[in-house]
Design a protein around this ligand. Structure first.
Ligand code: PXL
Length: 279
């Protein structure tokens, strides 16, 4: 009998108790795709920061003891996946975690969650952006949206753009140092949206456009990233993983529109997960 080993992924992001995003999306999606999800919560919030009056407990002081305990257990990770990181100081802690746990086959996947629609999320400033850009140098893959890419590269944010603008952004992202740069929310045709990436090692672009659904829900970036990580760990090439993640996210938004909640409560991925497993 051939022995199989489950891939183990460390998910570093906050726990927002209500409002599906970050860990509450990453864990179920990674498990469904067949990886063991280990979580390192960066902060504990009552809701994500698009709600009013959210509570926020920084968990930085827990990171070192947790990591030390895992080291004493000799634990290894096939991937380290980072999302929303609460502060500049925590970005430094994350860099150390990469040093501690990265060996030659460990995938480092960074979603530099900090901004959307031309604006930074509350609590972040340009110093935080600069640190996040430095962190991206450690990655095998980064998946910023256009706003995050603009903040990290200093390129002007535009709502209307063409392929040359996206290629310029990808060029500037490449200079940050990650191996694969994958821009999300790229819309190059009317009624379409998707991703465009550049593989720094092979020198190749990849563009994928699918149907654009005119609705904005919170947590869809986290859904896209979690699916990408899970699919890559299943052995898929990053391009196939990105295509599946883009199609699945769009489909989940469409399904969510059939039972409308307030968009900041997130998408109903619970309904579509069984279909993801068949893709
Ligand atoms: O979905 C990204 C995200 C994750 N975690 C927290 C957030 C956000 C975006 O607003 O506020 C706490």
């Amino acid at each position: 009998m051939k022995l199989r080993k489950i891939k183990r992924v460390l998910s570093i992001q906050d726990i927002s108790c209500l409002g599906k995003c970050s860990q509450t999306i990453a864990l179920p999606v990674l498990s469904a795709l067949g990886s063991e999800a280990v979580m390192l919560p960066t902060a504990l919030l009552s809701t994500h920061t698009m709600f009013k009056n959210f509570t926020f407990k920084d968990l930085s002081d827990q990171i070192e003891p947790i990591i030390n305990h895992w080291k004493s257990e000799g634990v290894k990770f096939d991937a380290v996946y980072t999302g929303y990181i609460g502060s500049e100081a925590q970005i430094e802690q994350v860099k150390n975690i990469f040093k501690e746990f990265k060996d030659k086959d460990t995938l480092i996947f960074i979603d530099p969650v900090m901004a959307d629609n031309g604006k930074l999320y509350p609590a972040f400033d340009m110093n935080y952006v600069k640190k996040n850009a430095e962190l991206c140098a450690c990655a095998d893959i980064i998946v910023p949206n256009i706003t995050e890419a603009c903040f990290m590269t200093g390129v002007e944010y535009k709502e209307k753009y063409d392929e040359n603008y996206i290629k310029l952004l990808l060029d500037k992202l490449n200079a940050l140092g990650a191996k694969i740069n994958l821009l999300t929310g790229v819309s190059l045709e009317d009624g379409k949206t998707g991703v465009m990436g550049y593989d720094n090692i092979k020198g190749e672009y990849y563009l994928y456009q699918n149907k654009r659904i005119n609705a904005v829900y919170h947590g869809t970036g986290d859904l896209f990233s979690s699916v990408c990580v899970g699919e890559i760990l299943k052995g898929l090439d990053w391009r196939d993983a990105a295509r599946i993640a883009a199609d699945y996210t769009a489909h989940t938004i469409e399904v969510t529109l059939e039972s409308p909640e307030k968009p900041w409560y997130g998408v109903n991925f619970e309904e579509t997960l069984p279909e993801l497993l068949k893709l």
